[in-house]
Design a protein around this ligand. Structure first.
Ligand SMILES: [Zn+2]
Length: 286
């Protein structure tokens, strides 16, 4: 079983504010690479048995993906896609939107991004969301890693903050994307010590030296069983991410440095993230 825990859905032309376009261009990204049609998302997750998909609501940095648009997309492939909702904790209606997404749209988890939303991970507005998710068994995917987006302090994305959250909400299942890059050490320390904290390996393989070092760190700390597979589409597809992960030993093979054990790599690719996060497998008719 292959579960892609990290895929994005948005319609660039209507869901991006100027802030997003300006940040992408300033960081040297070709905007065309970040545009896609709903069918492209479906094709990109072809190699996965299940894929978690979310939008992003973050007025502070120009993201306004309607949760209804994501839920509608998920209904195209209910046999494969799992809907996570994105409430914006900076907005007064965040809790009402979360309840609506849970009770009316059937979300199975929540996506947050303090560095996009401009709300500190330990802010009481995020704590309200964590409390709701813990009570209702909804896992949280919370962006704790750097980004191209400007205007919010980098500190809001430090994985170490989620150690405190894990202490305060011990039953809440939390995923830290991208192994917390460039703070992989913090993310690994955090997931190792709290049973319900996990990380994903999405969007890392194309920085091969950093990815190799992060994977060595992970293995040396023995925290590899807390790591889930993901792609971060549209950054890459599920299939690209599998190939990229399996390619992590290109550097040690060329240099004699210690390799990442193959069984560690395969276990990450085939880990049943749905079971670990308490999500029922998608089972609708395609
Ligand atoms: Zn992402």
């Amino acid at each position: 079983m292959i579960v892609d825990v990290h895929t994005h859905f948005y319609r660039a032309d209507v869901d991006w504010g100027d802030h997003v376009r300006e940040d992408l261009e300033r960081c040297g990204f070709a905007l065309e690479q970040w545009r896609f049609e709903p069918e492209d998302h479906l094709a990109a997750v072809e190699a996965a048995d299940a894929a978690i998909v979310f939008g992003l609501r973050a007025a502070a940095t120009g993201w306004a993906v309607p949760n209804d648009a994501v839920a509608e997309h998920v209904r195209r492939r209910p046999d494969k896609l799992v809907f996570f909702a994105s409430p914006d904790p900076a907005q007064d209606d965040a809790m009402a939107e979360l309840e609506r997404c849970h009770q009316d749209l059937g979300c199975q988890g929540v996506k947050l991004g303090p560095i996009y939303q401009g709300v500190h991970p330990l802010d009481k507005r995020n704590y309200e969301i964590y409390g709701y998710c813990q009570r209702h068994g909804l896992p949280i995917m919370i962006h704790m890693a750097t980004t191209f987006s400007s205007g919010v302090p980098l500190d809001y994305a430090r994985p170490a903050h989620m150690d405190q959250v894990a202490v305060d909400f011990p039953e809440l299942k939390i995923v830290l994307p991208h192994l917390g890059h460039p703070w992989e050490g913090e993310a690994i320390a955090a997931i190792r010590k709290s049973p319900n904290l996990f990380a994903d390996v999405s969007a890392l393989y194309y920085r091969p030296w950093q990815f190799y070092n992060s994977m060595r760190l992970l293995v040396e700390y023995g925290a590899q069983n807390k790591v889930l597979f993901g792609s971060d589409f549209p950054a890459c597809t599920t299939a690209d991410s599998i190939v990229g992960l399996r390619g992590v030993n290109a550097i040690p093979k060329a240099t004699g440095l210690p390799e990442i054990p193959e069984d560690v790599i395969e276990a990450i690719i085939h880990r049943d993230a749905l079971a670990l996060l308490g999500i029922r497998p998608p089972c609708g008719e395609a």
